[in-house]
Design a protein around this ligand. Structure first.
Ligand SMILES: NC(=O)c1ccc[n+]([C@@H]2O[C@H](COP(=O)([O-])OP(=O)(O)OC[C@H]3O[C@@H](n4cnc5c(N)ncnc54)[C@H](OP(=O)(O)O)[C@@H]3O)[C@@H](O)[C@H]2O)c1
Length: 328
């Protein structure tokens, strides 16, 4: 599968490392997944175990970020130790958030956002050091209209320079304004051509509102990567919100009828979107990854996916709930 016009070839399922590189994250059962063991060596071996299972399952796109703790370093050490060449994988990372939690879970601030030229230059060097020769795609991490990054000519020129030297340039979008941000990003032109070649956005059965703009992006030649297809674990059996119980029961029933699990069903719904080039698994354990991979064997027709439309939340409600998920 082509990742838009980036020239990169990707597998339909990718693995994101947000849950694998640091002790704290917002996914529902993060602390339990890590057995509350935050030793760096243990965490590196756990990340490698999940990466091994992903490799065995045929996954060849891997997604990291500077702010995912040691995710880039763990990915880099895995690639080298398994003797995987840069031609065999596609590696994306992101710049714009700095990890500040100092390997702790109980801190008020885990990452600091700054889309300045100085941070871009520093983080590019750090990403290159960790991923020595493997980096294919560099994404602005959670671009927003307010951050000014899409108007910052110095940053855009720097990114255009990276692009000239062969690195694909993308952005990730999050939050209630992901549609508007992507629409604006698609208009950013540098040296007479659109700058951004790829977008990573949230699409799932609870908030599919970005579908239309992602389809437009795909048509315009951008690579499209879906993140948070399981709504950070809210689309798994771990969601114990009593209000969600009837919806959960319906989804679990539909999954059962198709011989899959809820995570398989939710990921299959994302994989079924014709404009999606890569859907990220955010698996935190080998077992979760194997369960997620089942989605590749599930075919969902449009009518079934449409029948889930009453499960959706308004983007305002969806993102308000997401922002209340505790770091754990
Ligand atoms: N702004 C951005 O650019 C941005 C933002 C978010 C994510 N991302 C990228 O997208 C990737 C995926 O995001 P995400 O981790 O939020 O994705 P997700 O697929 O919505 O959630 C993944 C979480 O669901 C739970 N899960 C998965 N399979 C399960 C199973 N079989 N049974 C029970 N629970 C299961 C696990 O959480 P628990 O075990 O903890 O419950 C896992 O960490 C990230 O790794 C990152 O690369 C980017």
């Amino acid at each position: 599968m082509k990742l838009g016009n980036t020239g990169l070839t990707v597998t339909p399922l990718g693995l994101g490392l947000a849950a694998l590189g640091r002790p704290g994250y917002i996914n529902l059962g993060h602390a339990e997944d890590l057995h509350h063991n935050y030793d760096r060596g243990v965490m590196e071996r756990s990340a490698h175990a999940v990466l091994d299972v992903a490799w065995e399952a045929g996954i060849r796109y891997f997604d990291a970020a500077r702010s995912y703790g040691l995710a880039e370093a763990f990915l880099g050490s895995w690639l080298v130790s398994r003797r995987i060449s840069s031609e065999e994988v596609v590696i994306g990372s992101k710049w714009g958030y700095t990890y500040t939690a100092d390997w702790r879970v109980d801190v008020p601030v885990h990452e600091v956002k700054d889309h300045s030229l100085a941070v871009l230059r520093r983080q590019r060097q750090e990403s290159d050091a960790a991923l020595d020769g493997y980096l294919d795609l560099y994404q602005v991490h959670s671009a927003t209209l307010e951050s000014g990054v899409l108007e910052n000519q110095a940053v855009l020129a720097e990114l255009a320079g990276y692009r000239e030297s062969g690195l694909a340039i993308g952005l990730s979008v999050s939050g209630v304004s992901q549609v508007e941000t992507l629409e604006r990003a698609m208009q950013v032109v540098f040296d007479g051509r659109p700058l951004f070649q790829c977008v990573q956005a949230t699409w799932n059965l609870l908030d599919p509102s970005a579908g239309e703009v992602l389809q437009a992006a795909h048509r315009a030649g951008l690579g499209v990567i879906i993140k948070e297809a399981l709504a950070n674990g809210r689309l798994t059996g771990k969601n114990d919100d009593p209000e969600f119980a009837p919806k959960l029961a319906r989804l679990e029933q539909a999954a059962l009828q198709r011989g899959t699990t809820l995570d398989g069903l939710a990921l299959a719904a994302a994989l079924a979107q014709p404009w999606a080039d890569v859907v990220l698994s955010g698996a935190a354990t080998p077992g979760q990854l194997l369960s997620n991979v089942n989605a590749l064997n599930v075919t969902l027709d449009e009518d079934l996916i449409a029948s889930f439309s009453d499960l959706t939340e308004s983007p305002a409600v969806y993102w308000a709930k997401r922002s209340r998920l505790p770091w754990n």
